[in-house]
Write a protein that binds this ligand. Structure first.
Ligand code: ZN
Length: 228
């Protein structure tokens, strides 16, 4: 089973491979931000200019600044920025804050095959995909996955070891949309896969903000019609 150091699979970093896939679409303007940059590269100015943020993280979740997490959360629920959370990002601070649950799951790193079934065939994120697609070597994630019931379930994965997993989940949070996509362990070349790239580009389009009314501030209000 091929199992390589992340630096060999992604010599320029995973973020570069994800960006490369998105840059196949001329209508996207793609930039990257990494942990080591000031404010993790997610300054207020950067987020204000971001329609959809894609988040991958693993061992350093606890090192992410709470101020940046609050900023991401606010951009999603108040302003409608889309958030796409990948793989081990299920334990990231922004995702857990938006879900309100532990987001724990079962896992096994044995390089086994994953078959990803398209469950919602009318969903924009399924556009252009076959009935199912396979990744020959993956880290397994298994149910139970402690998330709130997804508003839309797009993909379910089966693994060679027998587990299943809700691997493509959508939620609406305030004005924003959140998509969780399971594949993406750092030692396998997942983000070069053509179907994975279709999923991510479709997800960006789905999660992008729409020009709906702004969030209301709440509070006491006068009637629109006279109450007599
Ligand atoms: Zn992993």
């Amino acid at each position: 089973m091929p199992d390589h150091e992340p630096a060999k699979v992604y010599p320029k970093g995973m973020h570069a491979a994800i960006a490369e896939g998105l840059n196949e679409h001329s209508d996207f303007v793609v930039t990257t931000a990494t942990m080591d940059e000031p404010e993790h590269g997610l300054t207020a100015k950067v987020l204000d200019e971001t329609d959809v943020l894609i988040w991958w993280g693993h061992i350093a979740h606890h090192e992410v600044s709470d101020e940046v997490v609050e900023r991401v959360w606010s951009r999603v629920v108040t302003d409608g920025m889309g958030l796409i959370v990948l793989h081990s990002g299920h334990m990231s601070k922004p995702f857990r804050k938006l879900m309100g649950t532990t987001c724990l799951l079962k896992w096994r790193e044995a390089g086994e095959k994953e078959r990803i079934w398209v469950i919602d065939r009318a969903h924009p994120i399924s556009d252009g995909l076959p009935d199912y697609f396979e990744l020959p070597h993956t880290e397994m994630y298994g149910e139970p996955f402690d998330i709130p019931q997804p508003d839309e379930l797009v993909f379910v994965s089966w693994f060679a070891g027998g587990e299943v997993f809700r691997s493509g989940c959508c939620w609406h949070r305030g004005r924003g949309k959140v998509f969780y996509f399971r594949p993406g362990h750092e030692t396998y070349p997942i983000y070069y896969d053509a179907n994975v790239r279709i999923v991510l580009s479709n997800a960006v389009k789905w999660a992008a903000p729409v020009a709906g009314p702004a969030m209301a501030d709440g509070g006491a209000t006068e009637p629109i019609e006279p109450l007599g």
